[in-house]
Design a protein around this ligand. Sequence first.
Ligand code: NDP
Ligand code: OXD
Length: 306
Amino acid sequence: MKITFCCTDTKAEPWLQGLAAALPGADVSMWQPGAPQADYAVVWAPPQQFMDEQAGVKALFNIGAGVDALLQLRLPPDALVVRLDDAGMAVQMAEYVCHAVIRHFREFDGYEADTKAGRWGYRKPRLRSDFPIGVMGLGVLGERVARALAQFEFPINGWSRSPKAIDGVRAFAGAEQFHSFLAASRVLVNLLPLTPETANVMNQDTLGRLLPGGYVINVARGAHLVDGDLLALLASGHVAGATLDVFRTEPLPADHAFWGHPRIILTPHTSARTLREESIAQIVGKIGALARGEPIAGIVNAGRGY
Ligand code: NDP
Ligand code: OXD
């Protein structure tokens, strides 16, 4: 069996070694233009030339959960597109979002500023019931995040395409329930895939529907958020602050207004990192299942975009 590896911005050697160790007998190599046809491909943002040359692969294993970059390419018509399905990302996402919510809700930045200035002062405790949290996207990551937040006894709303039943989560579904979902939420967490339907989903109109003093946590993709609309809502006070992990252009350009904004916390696309060992184990397990003709999780529906 031949495995080709073509991942931009990724240190290839440990992946090649890990895949080779987990698939004894397989020929695992880094893709180069003109390389022979492989059976399976492990990819992250490969060039179009890779797709054109490797048109006979049976499956493309994306080493991330989001496939928006991959689906912009012309893909081999018969190849399965398989995304990472948790592989250690869900717990990281839950940590990140719970941290962001609690930091805001408990006003830890204010306390830090106070204590740095030598001030011993109390703030009036906020009521959890005043901080309903809306989680957009209740898939592998969103459901885990919603369940983790529910453990802290916040009211949780969840929004997805199809209806869900998750303990502790008030579920909304489809375009027709989107506005009610927003109107019932003060904190908005984005865990949608980036598709033509979800691009720019956080804009002046939608963020304007959150309860006043809203808080925005974007951990999905930068193109979900209209940057200027968030800045305007921060300036008007309708949105109190934001924690942003993803941006339209990454790295975030040095002159972008988000840098240094007093009410925006930034991180460099790090809320849930791909963990190599877990990911290799998952991909190798799926290659084995496909070879045995068994079903696998994480197959992308290209028409739906995720
Ligand atoms: P899933 O595919 O498991 O879940 C997607 C969810 O979004 C589903 O609940 C789906 O609804 C819902 N959804 C999709 N389209 C719509 C729509 N038009 N309206 C309403 N709901 C919709 O994805 P994951 O949870 O694994 O990942 C989510 C995203 O997180 C990834 O696509 C990626 O962009 C991002 N990500 C970011 C990382 C980071 O480090 N910042 C790391 C990993 C992922 P339904 O269930 O009904 O299909
Ligand atoms: C992913 C990501 O999609 O890292 O996995 O953003």
